[in-house]
Design a protein around this ligand. Structure first.
Ligand SMILES: [Zn+2]
Ligand SMILES: [Zn+2]
Ligand SMILES: [Zn+2]
Ligand SMILES: [Zn+2]
Ligand SMILES: [Zn+2]
Length: 174
């Protein structure tokens, strides 16, 4: 008799567990049957996809980025897509030591020191006049009837009246 009772008890447990499992299962099935409700906007997922998540169950809707206007930005989520940087007009002076350029698509910045391979005291890339002591060659050069000039490679110049005669003529003109 005792053995029988234990047996029954075991059976009952099996039935209870089974029905519990079944109801859990049924619940899950119901949950899957709703219409997914997605927000309006996609959010960035990775470099290839953006996603929306159902506001009820969190189900993910994956879609590849699209770029119909070819601006290298996803039309839906705004993510910057893979591109070759476009540095537009190139370097512009940043300070006395560096120049900088920015990608017109993503804003990526490249900063490098000025270079002056041709020794004209101007940066070969951004054209800024670099820090230097003006260097004036020894010889004056003829400028016009009144002045001669010495010029530094940077473009700075010093002028002097050509001759005393010229100077006198200039004074007479006043
Ligand atoms: Zn859902
Ligand atoms: Zn996207
Ligand atoms: Zn870029
Ligand atoms: Zn420069
Ligand atoms: Zn100079």
């Amino acid at each position: 008799m005792n053995k029988m009772k234990r047996h029954l008890c075991f059976l009952l447990t099996v039935v209870m567990v089974a029905s519990l499992l079944f109801s859990v299962n049924a619940f899950a099935t119901n949950e899957d049957q709703h219409e997914h409700t997605y927000p309006d906007n996609f959010v960035y997922e990775d470099e290839y996809y953006h996603a929306k998540y159902c506001t009820i169950c969190g189900a993910q809707l994956l879609d590849p980025h699209i770029d119909e206007n070819n601006d290298y930005k996803c039309d839906d989520c705004g993510a910057v897509l893979e591109h070759d940087h476009d540095f537009g007009d190139g370097f512009v002076a940043y300070d006395k030591d560096y120049h900088v350029k920015h990608c017109t698509i993503c804003g990526a910045e490249v900063m490098e020191p000025h270079v002056d391979a041709n020794k004209d005291y101007k940066c070969d890339d951004c054209n800024v006049v670099l820090d230097h002591e003006h260097y004036f060659a020894n010889n004056w050069e003829y400028l016009d009837e009144v002045y001669h000039v010495k010029t530094c490679a940077c473009g700075a110049a010093i002028y002097e009246l050509l001759t005393k005669t010229a100077s006198a003529m200039l004074a007479a003109l006043k």
